[in-house]
Design a protein around this ligand. Structure first.
Ligand SMILES: NC(=O)c1ccc[n+]([C@@H]2O[C@H](COP(=O)([O-])OP(=O)(O)OC[C@H]3O[C@@H](n4cnc5c(N)ncnc54)[C@H](O)[C@@H]3O)[C@@H](O)[C@H]2O)c1
Length: 271
């Protein structure tokens, strides 16, 4: 159901890989709410071609950009402003990748080249995106920038591996850059800490099936879906949340404040 919350707003959405991607579902919702945008993903992800279906459905253009390349980001941001006809109102950073996770390398036995690459792609890219937006004065006043995070930034989830550290860095960058973006440009910056969600990135984590079930049983409202995340993002892009900034906002059915639940106790007592 559309409320026209993003009517007239323009932006960039990073990270729609396939219809399960949180960014994909968010793009569909932004479109429904009246927003216009450019879709982007890494050149290698483009080769799968699915993003073009989303572009067609949402009347949007696609520009390839590796989020670790300043040159690609300059090109993306300047061309997006040209295509959309002015400065931007919203940006979604929905990017994550760890080679250590993908290749099953334990946290206690890191390949540091991979660790470095994962940090660059998953976390430093957020700084790069914001620095490029800031230097090009690409955001309208009261614009909104959102990145997606996970609770492993605060608490231990052993199999989340080096992605936990990447998310801690990502959340810190949101606060640090958010200060300058707020003070100098009246733009807000937040992260949403999302429940485990069955996507390509999510399912790549060892033991994912176990921890999505665990989170479901722990959370009084159950896990937040990708659609819930998209809806939350819409509110953060809308004018209804103008002074929400520098926050890490949990969209997790209550998981982050739980100690133990009846559902988990039942399982333990009956095991
Ligand atoms: N799925 C979950 O359980 C979960 C939970 C909390 C947070 N998140 C976060 O949500 C975000 C989106 O992930 P998702 O679950 O939708 O998975 P996804 O695999 O659909 O999306 C990850 C995206 O990152 C893109 N990407 C990778 N390297 C890139 C690069 N160099 N430049 C540009 N883009 C690049 C991929 O192409 C892909 O589109 C990530 O930040 C992820 O960590 C996911």
């Amino acid at each position: 159901m559309s409320h026209g919350l993003l009517k007239g707003k323009k932006g960039i959405i990073f990270g729609a890989l396939d219809p399960n991607s949180i960014a994909w579902i968010t793009a569909e919702r932004v479109f429904e709410e009246g927003g216009t945008f450019v879709l982007t993903n890494a050149p290698v992800a483009m080769r799968m071609g699915q993003i073009n279906e989303l572009a067609e459905k949402t009347n949007s253009k696609v520009i390839a950009a590796d989020a670790t390349s300043i040159e690609d980001l300059e090109n993306l941001i300047n061309n997006s402003m040209e295509i959309l006809g002015g400065k931007l109102d919203f940006v979604l950073h929905s990017i994550g990748m760890s080679i250590n996770v993908r290749k099953g390398k334990a946290y206690t036995d890191q390949n540091y080249d991979w660790t470095h690459k994962g940090l660059d792609v998953s976390a430093m890219s957020f700084h790069r995106v914001m620095q490029t937006l800031y230097k090009n004065d690409a955001m309208n006043e009261w614009g909104s920038i959102v990145a997606l995070s996970y609770m492993a930034a605060q608490r231990v989830f052993p199999d989340y591996n080096d992605m936990a550290d990447n998310k801690a860095y990502l959340e810190s960058v949101a606060r640090s850059f958010g200060y300058f973006f707020g003070k100098d440009k009246k733009v807000r910056v937040n992260t949403i800490s999302q429940s485990p969600t069955p996507t390509t990135a999510g399912q790549g984590v060892k033991g994912f099936d176990g921890f999505i079930k665990y989170a479901e049983k722990m959370s009084p409202l159950g896990n937040a879906t990708a659609m819930d995340c998209a809806n939350y993002t819409i509110t953060l892009f809308s004018d209804l949340t103008k002074r929400v900034t520098l926050q890490n906002l949990y969209n997790d059915g209550g998981f982050s404040n739980m100690g133990v639940s009846d559902g988990i106790m039942d399982i333990i007592e009956n095991s």
